[in-house]
Write a protein that binds this ligand. Structure first.
Ligand SMILES: Nc1ncnc2c1ncn2[C@@H]1O[C@H](COP(=O)(O)OP(=O)(O)OP(=O)(O)O)[C@@H](O)[C@H]1O
Length: 379
């Protein structure tokens, strides 16, 4: 709004906008469970013509939440406006995302432009870590972020199968760098792209971490000049030296730990949490996979592996349960068929779970980075 218009806005109207901003600050952000006031969110309130303009900027991608936010904003604003000096005004709402960057020193050239590196890890194999990583990456992209996915699972790189890119080989630049392979809206890189029939599928320790190191530091993620909001790294399963090296090599924004509800997997998940803590990587939360089983005959849902495990670890280890995925045939069929659930059925319930997990994990990165002082601007 121009200064000129400002002058014409009565003091009463100005005070009304300020009241509105205050009232918006108390809105609850579902991804963090906090009020906007407690977050580094930006709330802009203005008046132009006959319209009250409300802008909200959050630090995580949330395109699918626009309508929900608009409904929440309307519900909060309309009673405040009613009968006041701006009572006849229309309300226009806009939602923005501004993804912060994890500060890092000595970033190797290929990782420059990558704002946040997120490890998806599990204490043991077979819990659905890769399925979670690929769906998480696709869900972040569906929410509006630019996303890369690095399959660092040297023991069984599954990304090419999950994204239907088996026959693809990455381009090589200046005989030194790999260019990521575009797939389903993501920039992807996998050791699977580099393995030939002669390459051993099971690598030994030093060879494995060498390959991993190479793929991490030789993939030019932002060669096109665009930034990547998130690089999701599908880690090798376990909590040994390889995982530790990787966690130390790049400055990680955080780690997501995938577990199943069985006791053993949970004990392994705790090891994962402890490993990241040891190297000062924030644990963004826990994803409990195969948590519930829905009987395909009668539709009855049951926690066949026991319930509440992920929640218990999250509480005991001061982290959060980001979400739970059911044991669902469709998840397996989608991923094994080269179209993960977030893409295969974008409006389905499963995709909804993954998107919610993605928003919560990304919001947690924002929380870790933020100084928690809200910016409220009345223009
Ligand atoms: N929630 C689920 N419901 C049904 N099947 C699932 C679910 N999550 C994963 N799967 C299936 O389980 C198998 C193992 O999953 P995935 O490869 O993601 O596990 P992983 O932990 O990455 O394994 P590894 O450690 O071997 O890499 C796959 O066939 C996958 O499709």
């Amino acid at each position: 709004m121009s200064d000129h218009e400002h002058e014409h806005l009565s003091e009463a109207a100005q005070a009304e906008l300020e009241r509105l901003a205050e009232c918006l600050g108390q809105l609850h952000d579902p991804a963090t469970g906090l009020e906007l006031d407690e977050l580094d969110a930006e709330i802009e309130v203005g008046f132009e013509g006959d319209t009250v303009l409300v802008g909200l900027t959050l630090g995580y991608p949330c395109a699918s939440q626009r309508d929900d936010w608009e409904a929440r904003v309307r519900e909060a604003c309309l009673p405040t406006l009613k009968g006041g000096p701006l009572g006849e005004a229309h309300l226009q709402f806009e939602l923005f995302s501004e993804i912060t960057q994890t500060p890092a020193a000595d970033v190797p050239e290929p990782l420059r432009g990558v704002k946040n590196i997120v490890a998806v890890a599990s204490g043991k194999g077979g819990v659905g870590k890769s399925t979670t990583a690929v769906n998480l990456a696709l869900a972040l992209a569906a929410e509006g972020a630019s996303v890369g996915l690095l399959d660092a699972d040297i023991y069984g790189p599954s990304l090419p199968t999950m994204l239907g890119t088996e026959a693809v080989r990455p381009e090589v630049k200046e005989q030194k760098f790999f260019l990521p392979v575009p797939a389903q809206g993501l920039k992807t890189m996998s050791l699977g792209y580099l393995m030939t029939e002669e390459t051993p599928a099971v690598w030994r320790g030093p060879m494995a971490s060498g390959a991993l190191n190479q793929i991490l530091t030789q993939t030019l993620w932002c060669d096109d000049g665009d930034e990547l909001d998130y690089l999701i790294v599908d880690m090798p399963p376990g909590t040994g030296d390889i995982q530790l090296t990787l966690a130390q090599k790049a400055t990680l924004a955080g780690a997501v730990i995938v577990t199943t509800p069985q006791d053993l997997a949970l004990k392994d998940a705790i090891k994962g949490v402890e490993m990241f803590r040891k190297v000062s990587v924030p644990v963004l939360g826990i994803v409990e996979n195969m948590a519930l089983h829905t009987c395909s005959n009668c539709g009855h849902t049951e926690a066949i592996f026991g319930s509440g495990g992920g929640e218990r670890i999250a509480a005991g280890y001061e982290t959060r349960l980001l979400g739970q995925l059911p044991l669902a045939l469709s998840i397996r069929e989608d991923t094994d068929g080269g179209k993960p659930s977030v893409v295969a059925d974008p409006d389905g319930e499963i995709a909804g779970h993954y998107r919610e997990i993605a928003r919560r994990a990304a919001a947690q990165i924002w929380l870790e980075a933020g100084d928690d002082s809200p910016e409220i601007e009345v223009v």
